[in-house]
Each structure stands twice: as C-alpha cells, then as structure tokens.
Design a protein around this ligand. Structure first.
Ligand code: SAM
Length: 345
C-alpha cells in the first residue's frame, strides 16, 4: 500500500531533502520515490508499506507529516467536508492532540496566513463536532493541513518526537535590539533546537564556563555566549562590537582562527567562518578529536550544487571521531548553510 509523507524544507533545498530521504529509504530497504514541489520547500515521499524516517536526524527537514492525502479543487464554500473525509481514512481512532494549519514558506504561502488564521477555529470545531476527541496523550497524533493554495491542501498527521512543534517547522526568534548581527539568531536557534535540553540548561546556569568563537566578528555568536555568562575568546581579524568587549567577558584575539591555540580548558567552541566545509570540518576534528573542547557548534556553508552529498561526506568525516555525539540541521535562520552540534563522550 502506498504511504505518503510530506516534508518541509527551506525553499530551494527540495532536491537536497529528497536526496536525504532516498538515502534513508535505501538504507532501510523501503521502496519509494520523491516528488519535489520546487521552490515551495515541500517534498512528498511516496513509500511502499510501513516506513519510518528519523526526523531528528534529517538535516534538511523542517517538518514531517505522515499518512498524507492530497485534496484538489477544494470548493470555496466548503473546504471542511473534504478534509473530514480524508481524516476518516487517516484517523480511525478519532483522537487528536491538536490541529495545525501550515503553508509553504514562500510569498504565495505567506499570503494565505490571514485565511489560515480565520479557518483554524471553524475547522477544529467541526472536527470535534464530528466525534473526534481532543486528547493530550503522548501517542495521540496532531492533525496537519498544509494549504498550497485556496484550492489545494495536504492532510496528514504527525507524532510527538518526530515533528517540529512550530507550524512549517519555523521557529521565529526576536532579533535582540543590541545584537551585533542577524547571525546571532542562528546560534540562539541552535542552542534551542540542537543541544539536549539539560546541556542547554547547564550552559545557562553553570558558572565559570569558557568559550571560543572562531570567526567571531562583529560578534553575533559571541553575544549568545556572553548572554549566558560564558567568558569568550573571540578570534577574528575584524572588529568586534564594542559593547560586547566592554562586558569584560570577551577577549578579542586578532589572529588566524586556524592557528589559534587555547591556553586552558574550553567548554564550548563555536565557529561561523565562511570557508570550505572540508576545511571547517578538519578544524573541528582537530579541536574535538584532540580534546581541546568539550563540545562545538559550527556552521557549514553550502554554496555548491550537491549540498546533500557534501553534508554527508562532512558528517562521515566527523563520525570518524570515536563516540562523538552529533546533530546537524538546516535551521530556519540558516541560509545556504547548515549548523552542526557535536559533543565528545
Ligand atoms: N558569527 C559572526 C556573527 O554572528 O557576527 C559572523 C561571522 S562572519 C559570517 C565570518 C567571519 O569569519 C568574518 O568576520 C571573517 O573575518 C572571519 N574569518 C574568516 N576566516 C577567518 C580566519 N581564517 N581567521 C579568523 N577569522 C576568519
């Protein structure tokens, strides 16, 4: 039986996500193919039988919806009835956690947001009226409806632990008034989404932590470390934001990041340099492999065509460090790049 999943990614990265899904499917010996909705940041995987994609490990996936049905030619005066008909096949237990409405992360998708805001209440109300019970159980699925236009939508479900809690997988963050650069949001998002929760808590609460920021100027990433009271060696020939340096928590080293040697123990290394991914990986392998830092958060820039292959070869290289814990994701605030978190065991 064909079983369709809908996955969201950054528009323009559909082929990379499809490549990742096909690789996962091949490894799990699942038959299937991908249909990319080019420029819309959506990929449909048509799989045979039961299969499971490890959402947490997918680098390019922002959101994952399963058991998807496609609805076309939705009538303007009643879009709810076709959704209810689709749900009959998808949710036989008639229980749901919540209803999530989504649309592509494109200008056309955004133009639907007013409609979605108006539509959510009547839809949720009618779903309940039709005998579906709202239940907060951890194994109860969320209902998703992704509208690609007023006439077309995808209906499906997602489960806790293999989904993003944010519609479309987009975590919106507020740019801090005193933030030195917009890049600061990348590291904030990485801390929230990639680090295990207890580790993030430790970063925020533990005193006396030491950080190194390679390629730090003007200071967006250093800003995040300083925000949590982490003393930071900021390495960059470029100038650092003065308000950061004046906190007394930043030691600016105007030197080559590839040559910088830490003098003592480093709890966290961060790196956002625009350089070849293979060179950044080599540098990170040096720091992590030699035990110069406990963990690292770094960016891999992906200006090349075969981004999925490049990412896989970088991750394979990093996995050569025995016992390294690793998570990589294209975060919402990442552009042509991904962010990696790695910790030595
Ligand atoms: N993370 C920073 C922020 O949030 O403000 C932005 C970093 S910017 C994308 C990249 C920085 O890396 C530039 O300031 C550049 O000077 C620095 N850089 C590139 N190669 C470097 C190297 N070999 N040594 C030191 N800094 C380097």
């Amino acid at each position: 039986m064909e079983n369709i999943s809908l996955l969201f990614c950054r528009p323009g990265f559909e082929n990379d996500l499809a490549g990742e899904l096909m690789q996962q499917a091949a490894e799990a010996q699942v038959g299937g193919y991908c249909k990319t909705l080019k420029g819309q940041g959506l990929v449909l995987f048509h799989g045979q039988g039961e299969y499971h994609f490890p959402f947490r490990d997918l680098v390019f996936a922002r959101q994952m919806v399963k058991q998807v049905q496609t609805l076309k030619n939705l009538p303007e005066d009643d879009r709810i009835s076709p959704i209810l008909s689709a749900l009959e096949g998808i949710l036989p237990e008639k229980k749901f956690r919540d209803v999530v409405l989504e649309s592509p992360d494109t200008n056309d998708g955004k133009s639907l947001s007013r409609f979605l805001k108006k539509f959510i209440h009547p839809l949720a109300k009618t779903i309940k009226k039709n005998g579906y019970q709202q239940d907060n159980g951890a194994d109860v699925p969320f209902i998703h409806v992704c509208f690609t236009s007023y006439e077309e939508a995808y209906v499906g479900i997602s489960y806790e632990g293999e989904r993003s809690p944010f519609p479309g997988g987009i975590r919106r963050l507020k740019f801090p008034k005193d933030g030195p650069s917009r890049s600061t949001l990348k590291l904030e998002e990485a801390f929230l989404d990639l680090l295990p929760r207890e580790l993030f808590q430790e970063l925020k609460e533990k005193e006396g932590l030491v950080g190194v920021d390679l390629g730090a100027a003007p200071g967006g990433w250093t800003y995040q470390l300083v925000k949590h009271g982490i003393f930071t060696y900021a390495v960059d020939n470029g100038p650092m934001e003065e308000s950061l340096v004046s906190t007394g928590l930043v030691d600016h080293h105007q030197e080559d990041a590839y040559k910088f040697q830490p003098r003592g123990h480093v709890d966290i290394l961060v790196c956002d340099m625009v350089d070849k991914p293979s060179l950044v990986v080599k540098l990170m392998k040096h720091w992590l492999g030699e035990g110069l830092c406990d963990m690292a958060v770094f960016n891999l820039k992906l200006p090349m065509k075969k981004r999925h292959q490049e990412v896989q070869s970088c991750l394979d290289e990093l996995r050569k460090i025995a016992g390294l814990e690793l998570r990589a994701k294209q975060l919402y605030h990442d552009r042509e790049e991904i962010t990696v978190w790695a910790r030595r065991s």
